[in-house]
Design a protein around this ligand. Structure first.
Ligand code: HAM
Length: 425
């Protein structure tokens, strides 16, 4: 029986690794450049973490969570665990759990890792996908929102995504949103026959979700609903102006008053990076401010803002941009045994090479000289070490520089000296 990976999950095979590594290297370098520190949290969390943060009446919590019932020896019989569908709530949970905001009032954290959503798989939409993201927690300053946007733009440029756009909106705060929500509810009720069953149900529970419903009828109805801009309080208005002022035309930004994002924790700033290089799933990444979440999860009152981007979608966009493909990593040495009789001695030589910090491997299948040279090539080796019975008797080895074409590329070196000679190259 041949088994396959579950639908919507991908194996990342060795040939694909250089592109992943290159993107991850850009993420680490640029997050560091902006003063962000890495954090890693478990892929499993208590289900109620996401119910309380992402929101009960969102697609993610209603339909997309991989939840595992557990029978723990806890009093809480209803305890269940969920594979994280996103990483913001876990990061905030960790910060509160470890009292991080008592040690320092402001943290800039970033992460790279898998997330899971039970969606219908299609191009750019997976059930296990990978995100990188940042969370700046402990400041209400609009400059932090702007900085997070600039950071994501820098990563996109460094990674070689040639075309993207930023959509920006403010969705208000708990002071001004209730009046806005009421106005949207009234307008949605007037258009109820045009809404899908989910959206009809959400009119009372969470009416702003109508804005990110993907059903065509709901999308056209959403365009007729009131815009938040007229309802923003003075504080939200000033914040929004602060964010836009700091970005100062440095990026292709479009204000989009229908942008609400699919998670409930946002306050004030929301933004999304899209690219025409992607298909229907055109969001490279998105984020915004979530000033109430830390408090809702048991922490202090702390302003926060962040984003997450999808690595698989970034890789699609990088490839569609025609950016240079990351080269396969080099192997320093591939050791070749002429007739199989020298493998024991080569094994010793490999140990000395590795002690010197060189990467090295050899044939373990007893194949022909030609086949071994092909392996050296496939593994992108810089040097082949060739050992036959005659060389072994003299304790020398042939060193062939695989980067040179000419005949003089082969030299003979004593087995005792070969490691130090190659370490110097
Ligand atoms: P999100 O918009 O749900 O936000 O996800 C961020 C990004 O993850 C998306 O723009 C997309 O690139 C990628 N993504 C999401 N779902 C899938 C999927 N099924 N397959 C492939 N890629 C996917 C969040 O997750 C928030 N936590 C962002 C945030 C951070 N807000 C504040 N801080």
């Amino acid at each position: 029986m041949r088994l396959t990976a579950p639908r919507g999950t991908n194996d990342i095979l060795p040939d694909a690794i250089p592109a992943w590594r290159a993107l991850e290297a850009a993420v680490h370098a640029i997050c560091h450049r902006y003063g962000y520190q890495e954090i890693r949290t478990p892929v499993l969390e208590h289900t109620r973490l996401f119910q309380r943060s992402v929101g009960e009446a969102t697609d993610i919590v209603e339909k997309q969570m991989f939840t595992i019932a557990t029978r723990e020896e806890t009093e809480d019989e209803s305890d269940s665990l969920t594979l994280r569908p996103e990483i913001t709530a876990p990061v905030v949970r960790a910060m509160v759990e470890h009292d991080m905001l008592k040690q320092r009032g402001f943290w800039k954290l970033y992460y790279v890792g898998p997330a899971f959503r039970k969606e219908r798989p299609q191009k750019g939409r997976l059930r296990q996908f990978h995100q990188f993201g940042v969370e700046a927690v402990g400041s209400h300053d609009p400059l932090v929102d702007a900085e997070s946007i600039l950071l994501l733009a820098d990563i996109l440029r460094a990674a070689g995504v040639s075309k993207f756009e930023v959509r920006l909106n403010s969705i208000g705060c708990e002071a001004c949103r209730p009046a806005y929500r009421a106005a949207v509810r009234t307008a949605a009720q007037e258009r109820v026959e045009r809404l899908c069953s989910d959206c009809r149900r959400r009119i009372d529970r969470n009416v702003l979700r109508v804005f990110d419903c993907k059903v065509e009828g709901c999308k056209t109805a959403a365009r007729e609903l009131p815009a938040i801009a007229e309802y923003l309080c003075d504080g939200c208005r000033a914040h929004d102006a602060g964010v836009r002022g700091a970005l100062n035309d440095s990026l292709p930004i479009r204000v989009d008053t229908t942008l609400v994002r699919g998670l409930d924790y946002y306050t004030r700033t929301v933004y999304e990076f899209t690219s025409p290089l992607l298909g229907a799933q055109d969001a490279l990444g998105g984020g915004g401010r979530y000033n109430d979440l830390v408090r809702h999860l048991g922490g202090p009152d702390a302003g926060a803002v962040g984003f997450a981007a999808g690595i698989e979608r970034m890789l699609i966009a990088i490839q569609a941009s025609g950016s240079r493909v990351a080269p396969a990593p080099e192997l320093d040495v591939y050791a070749v045994s002429v007739d199989g009789g020298q493998r024991g001695l080569l094994f010793e030589v490999l140990r000395r090479l590795r002690d010197r910090g060189l990467s090295a491997t050899m044939d373990f299948e007893g194949r022909s000289l030609k086949a071994q040279m092909r392996s050296a090539d496939k593994l992108n080796a810089r040097f082949a070490l060739i050992l036959g019975p005659e060389e072994a008797a003299r304790r020398v080895v042939k060193v062939k520089n695989l980067r040179l074409q000419a005949d003089e590329k082969e030299v003979e070196v004593s087995i005792d000296d070969v490691a130090s000679m190659l370490a110097g190259r």
